[in-house]
Ligand binder design. Structure first.
Ligand SMILES: Cc1ncc(COP(=O)(O)O)c(C=O)c1O
Length: 440
């Protein structure tokens, strides 16, 4: 037993100790945080970014490095919750944004960029025949859901427990958010094939759509099992229910998205995050007959508007990223790196008999401080918040940036040496705190 484990007798002691060190390392961020509470609730404009005692204020990013107000720097393993795929200074994307900016912005009409990005996405994602742009993944999901309800004339939508489709349609935390849009929701258990099949059949004539994250990102990178997704496709097809894949995060997991990887054609797909090259982005698309209902040449066309849907900065950055940087072979390489990295972290934990499950698929990864296997959202309940906090703050103070809940997504500028350094730091945390983590 080394000095720290002797001193940190319980998990709470260990957490108190690391929190004090975190506060000491970040005095300017703390002052900034306190001042910002006067004008924003909890100094926050994006709930996901809050954690106690306060988050550090980020002031600069380059490649896969970021630094904060107190001058601490980090290797960025969060990757802006998958939106930061390209890192913080990708030169091709930067140039594309500068060029678009020089050509003038907020022009107020169609521009040459949007059709090109549409073309690239239709070529890339097999289930997408027609596409439209919006400003966020939240919007993309709400549009897909509304489109399905309008076309089918049915009221309800089936979602899976633990899933996050944006702040207006969230089942994170194991129940529907009180902030959800007032849409009747039928909630099934992720990866529970028989129970979900029964539920779909029972509610079939009320269900406009079924929406699923093929890897539940926010819930802790829990992959849907292939037979679960195939069952959803089969049943929704049988009952005329629109199957929506929320690929806001997962579209990065293969050149043609997760749906290509598992060989399933959903009716509609929601996109977001990295596909805007790091600028505000959302898109939704899929089957021609569904999307064509939005064709404004039709007298009964459904309306989808949005002032910034085709903003030139996003469109130009998205085109540069998809056509010149995140090419199919680079996509495959990044995800292979993610699979290897996840296995490496798991083997580090296993070698020390430490209680960890490293979940995910490809470049989406989540560290869960628990021994029990994870298949559904409920399975993550055995990870204690204190253990998550300990791992997060320990890795943070060692110079690695990730989410409190253990979420990480790999970005292109991360190097092999970055991954090895992370694994070494993780091993140090596991050895230092193995006993208190195992005992909690
Ligand atoms: C699966 C999924 N859907 C939707 C969203 C919402 O996207 P946005 O934050 O762009 O509104 C997110 C965001 O994390 C997500 O992970």
């Amino acid at each position: 037993m080394n000095d720290t484990t002797a001193r940190n007798f319980t998990l709470d002691d260990a957490v108190n100790d690391i929190e004090k060190r975190y506060v000491r390392a970040n005095p300017k961020s703390e002052v900034h945080y306190q001042a910002a509470t006067k004008t924003m609730p909890g100094a926050n404009t994006r709930s996901t970014l809050h954690h106690d005692p306060f988050p550090v204020v980020l002031v600069k990013g380059e490649d896969a490095r970021i630094s904060d107000l107190d001058g601490n720097s980090y290797v960025d393993f969060l990757g802006e919750y998958t939106a930061g795929l390209y890192g913080h200074s990708e030169p091709t994307i930067k140039q594309a944004i500068i060029d678009a900016l020089s050509g003038g912005f907020v022009l107020g009409g169609p521009n040459p960029y949007e059709a090109r990005l549409a073309e690239l996405m239709v070529e890339r994602f097999p289930a997408v025949e027609l596409i439209r742009f919006c400003n966020s993944g939240t919007e993309a999901n709400m549009m897909n859901i509304s489109l399905a309800r309008a076309v089918t004339g049915r009221p309800a939508v089936m979602a899976l427990n633990g899933s996050y489709h944006g702040g207006l349609f969230s089942f994170a935390g194991g129940s529907p958010s009180p902030m959800n849009a007032p849409i009747e929701a039928v909630i099934g258990e992720f990866n529970e094939v028989d129970r979900c099949r029964d539920l779909i059949r029972r509610h079939a004539n009320r269900l406009a759509a079924l929406i699923v994250e093929p890897v539940m990102g926010g819930a802790g990178c829990i992959p849907a099992e292939d037979d679960f997704l195939h069952m959803l496709r089969h049943e929704t097809e049988q009952h005329g229910i629109v199957l929506i894949f929320d690929e806001v995060m997962t579209s990065r997991l293969s050149p043609g998205g997760l749906h290509q990887l598992v060989g399933i054609t959903p009716d509609l797909i929601s996109f977001g995050k990295y596909l805007g090259g790091g600028v505000t982005f959302g898109a939704f698309g899929g089957r021609t007959d569904l999307m064509a209902r939005l064709d404004p040449r039709q007298p009964d066309a459904l309306v989808h508007s949005g002032t910034y849907n085709n903003n030139v900065l996003t469109m130009a950055a998205g085109i540069a990223g998809l056509s010149k940087v995140f090419t199919p072979d680079i996509t495959e390489r990044l995800n292979q790196t993610g699979d290897d990295f996840r296995q490496h972290l798991q083997s580090v934990a296993d070698q020390h008999d430490a209680p960890f499950q490293i979940m995910g698929r490809g470049s989406m990864i989540c560290i869960h401080p628990q021994r029990e296997p994870i298949k559904t959202f409920a399975d993550t309940a055995t990870s204690s918040p204190a253990a998550r906090k300990l791992v997060h703050l320990e890795m943070h103070l060692r110079g690695f940036y990730l989410a409190r809940r253990g979420f990480m997504s790999l970005s292109l500028p991360l190097t092999e040496s970055d991954l090895n350094s992370f694994a070494e730091a993780f091993e140090a945390v596991v050895t230092e705190h193995g006993q208190v983590l195992a005992a909690h």
